[in-house]
Structure formats: structure tokens, C-alpha cells
Design a protein around this ligand. Structure first.
Ligand code: ZN
Length: 288
């Protein structure tokens, strides 16, 4: 989707290949050059969950990946391997699934909070030890971000890494209202991956044995231009939040596995705060 990408800023005379931003794709010399120029790492978090009959399961993942890759192209830095599984089924998720899916198999890629949060802690450890000074945790699955922030807070208590944790509807807040598989979300996938949206299926909610399958009421109003507007606004806001987290430290001591286990015990001690275990989530207005 080259036509959808924001043009990368090419620094004259600099040997960084600004087109390649994925950790998986970089050679050692390229990784070090990018990191030396901008020691920011971006972690996209998504999920496979129902987004109606009109859109692919991975909608949340595609939003997060797009924003991280565009930010890395624009600001520099490296995009870490995508976290494509997310917290679901616990706490407030359970009644939500019952309401929008019913008894149908949601074909869900979910993991419980203790698994996801411990994985995030170990991912942040990997980022510190790989030499990054700033981490951007961007979730396309809205509602879990308060719990992700608990992990980020506990890591920042022991290491001076700057961590920005945000969900995509938070980036668009004030300009666009988030939703689940409605005009807001479907428009974004239409812009990023039009091949993964089929608006002719919008009426399947009345005929399919799957029922509504979490489709938003205004999904039919989705448009590429609306998606572009949301994403460009969100990208500008992400850039603003990253700049607000700077400056970064010159060097950060590595995190050992024992010390990481101690951080995990502190996160577990805050289990009473985990929103993904709670029946109510003040962050949630059925978005994403
Ligand atoms: Zn979504």
C-alpha cells in the first residue's frame, strides 16, 4: 500500500534507509544506524476479534501497525514485532461478547491479562536491553490501555526509559468518536487495506446465522477519506505525545531477569487495579 504511506523524510547524506522500519527486516548495520539516530521503539498491539461481516478480524492490528510504521517513517526509530494477541473474555469483555456476539463462536485470538501483561513486561525488558530509550506502546484494541500503563509505570520506576502508552481512539479523541466496527473503525481499514473490507456484506446481520457479529450500526457509512482523516489526525497526535515524552536518557542499565521478576510481583500486587478483571471499565464506550 505504498500510495497510502506518508512520505518518509530522507535525511540528505545520512545512510539510514528510512523506508525500512521493521526490526525483523533490518540488518545489524541498519538497525544500529536507525537506533543511533532515533532510539525509539514502537510496539503495535492488535487482536483478531469480530468486526462484523464487512471487515477482517485483524482490524485492530492493522490500525496499530499502520500508526507505528508511519510514526517510525516520520520520526525515526524501529517497529518491534507486532503483538497480535490481546486480553479478552475477562471482566467487562465477557458481557460485551454476549451482547454483540451472543452464542456464536467469535473466532477470537485472546489471552488472559496475566499472560499479556507479563509478556509486555518482558517485551519492555527486551527493548531496554536492546538499547532503546523511548518505547511507544500502541494498542488498536481500546480498553486495555490502563492495564498496559500499570506495566509501563512499574518499569519506569526502576529505569529511566520514556514510555508512551496509548490506544488509537485516545489519539483521535476530541476530533473523532471511536466505535467498534462502525464508521470510525471500518473507514480506517478501508484506507489502510481496502482489500480487507467488503461493504456489500453489511446486510448480512439480518440473514447470516452469525447474527450481528459485533458490526457497528453505521458501518455502511465508512469511507476511505474519513479513514484517512482519522489516521492522519491520530498520527499527528502520536507525534505530539512522543515529543512530549522527550528528552531521553543517554544510557539505561540493562534489566536482569531477577529484577524483572521483582517488577512482575509489584504488578501482581496491583491486581485490584487491573481493569481487564473488572466488570466496569470507565475507558470503554464500546470502542475498538
Ligand atoms: Zn476494533
Amino acid at each position: 500500500m505504498e500510495s497510502c504511506r506518508v512520505a518518509a523524510e530522507v535525511m540528505p547524506g545520512h545512510e539510514v534507509d528510512s523506508k525500512k522500519v521493521r526490526w525483523e527486516e533490518l540488518l545489524p548495520r541498519e538497525f544500529r544506524a536507525r537506533q543511533e539516530q532515533t532510539p525509539i521503539v514502537y510496539l503495535p498491539l492488535g487482536l483478531c476479534e469480530p468486526h462484523g461481516h464487512v471487515a477482517a478480524f485483524g482490524l485492530d492490528t492493522f490500525k496499530a501497525v499502520w500508526l507505528c510504521e508511519q510514526a517510525a517513517s516520520r520520526l525515526g526509530g524501529i517497529v518491534a514485532p507486532t503483538q497480535g494477541y490481546q486480553i479478552h473474555e475477562t471482566g467487562y469483555h465477557r458481557p460485551w461478547l454476549k451482547e454483540v456476539i451472543g452464542e456464536t463462536n467469535p473466532n477470537l485470538g485472546s489471552v488472559p491479562p496475566d499472560v499479556l501483561l507479563r509478556m509486555l513486561l518482558l517485551q519492555l525488558r527486551a527493548f531496554v536491553n536492546a538499547g532503546f530509550r523511548v518505547a511507544v506502546i500502541l494498542t488498536g484494541h481500546h480498553g486495555n490501555q490502563a492495564d498496559l500503563r500499570i506495566v509501563a509505570e512499574e518499569v519506569m520506576q526502576v529505569r529511566p526509559i520514556r514510555i508512551v502508552t496509548v490506544s488509537d481512539p485516545e489519539l483521535a479523541r476530541g476530533a473523532f468518536d471511536g466505535d467498534h466496527a462502525g464508521r470510525y473503525e471500518i473507514s480506517q481499514l478501508l484506507f489502510i487495506r481496502p482489500d480487507l473490507v467488503d461493504l456489500t456484506r453489511v446486510g448480512d446481520i439480518d440473514t447470516s446465522p452469525l447474527g450481528r457479529f459485533a458490526q457497528g450500526e453505521d458501518a455502511a457509512e465508512a469511507s476511505t477519506e474519513y479513514g484517512r482523516a482519522i489516521l492522519e489526525y491520530s498520527l499527528d497526535e502520536l507525534e505530539r505525545q512522543i515529543h512530549a515524552a522527550l528528552p531521553y536518557e543517554d544510557a539505561i542499565d540493562p534489566l536482569g531477569i531477577d529484577e524483572t521478576d521483582e517488577i512482575w510481583q509489584r504488578i501482581l500486587a496491583r491486581k485490584g487495579e487491573w481493569r481487564t478483571l473488572s466488570e466496569r471499565n470507565p475507558d470503554l464506550a464500546h470502542e475498538s
